[in-house]
Design a protein around this ligand. Structure first.
Ligand SMILES: [Mg+2]
Length: 258
């Protein structure tokens, strides 16, 4: 990992204790600065939520945050423990792998977007690990169940496997602050654009997120991880980077080490 890059992405490592922090503790380490309305990420300070000193790890909700060893430079960032050298193509699901039919949560709602296949083939041949990060507030909203979701995921992964594409793992976030079902109603650091799912993937799959790419169809797919490249594809978002997968492929192909 390139620490300079990490530090830059952490807005020069500014970190601060706020009273609201404890309210937002569920891995939601994004902090708003009321006067300037800028947002940034930080690690807990020593003494906050237990002791955290220079070079120490802070574990929360299964994610390991690691502070810079040199506390004199107030430069900290989060790195999933065990993150390695592997490059990944991280994909949003709805609008990227399947059509976004407004909460597709059951097998019968699934329509595959085959235009992405050449992109997946290209990244796979270049040695990228492919994983999916999907917000699934439809579960919290009671539109479909965890087991519907699991069945749909198997179906999607199996389809792409039949096309020669291996999706290593699909991560999902069922939580939403306004979920109908109590157990899913909360601010979650896993919900994109929060970084939780990507950090978890980095930990599980030994990824170097600074060399990885996230693809999505909405601005919320630009995760709050400054060192992870993200591209928005499609026509749904007027500010998308590319209108089609073919355009994206043409752009990215020369940049991949094939
Ligand atoms: Mg989407």
């Amino acid at each position: 990992m390139n620490l300079d890059l990490l530090n830059k992405s952490c807005k020069n490592g500014r970190f601060i204790t706020t009273k609201s922090y404890k309210k937002e503790i569920d891995l939601n380490l994004r902090v708003s600065e009321p006067e300037s309305s800028t947002e940034y990420w930080r690690l807990p300070r020593p003494g906050e939520l237990g002791e955290l000193g220079p070079g120490q790890d802070f574990v929360h909700s299964g994610i390991v945050y690691h502070s810079n060893k040199d506390i004199k430079k107030p430069l900290v960032d989060f790195v999933a423990n065990g993150s390695g050298e592997q490059r990944a193509l991280l994909l949003d699901r709805d609008g990227i792998l399947i059509k976004d039919t407004d909460y597709p949560g059951k097998v019968e709602d699934v329509f595959f977007l085959d235009d992405i296949l050449p992109v997946l083939e290209m990244f796979q041949s270049a040695g990228y690990v492919i994983a999916v990060l999907t917000n699934q507030s439809g579960i919290g909203r009671g539109k479909y169940s965890e087991s519907d979701y699991a069945e749909t995921t198997d179906y999607i992964e199996e389809y792409y496997r039949s096309k020669g594409i291996e999706i290593k793992k699909t991560y999902y976030c069922p939580f939403h602050p306004e979920a109908k079902i109590d157990q899913y109603r909360k601010i979650s650091g896993y919900r994109k654009p929060n970084p939780g799912m990507a950090l978890l993937a980095a930990q599980d799959l030994s990824l170097d997120l600074s060399k990885s790419i996230m693809l999505g169809d909405k601005q919320s797919d630009r995760l709050n991880i400054g060192y992870l490249s993200a591209y928005i594809i499609g026509t749904r978002d007027p500010a998308s980077d590319f209108k089609t997968f073919a355009e994206f492929k043409q752009f990215i192909q020369p940049k991949l080490e094939l």
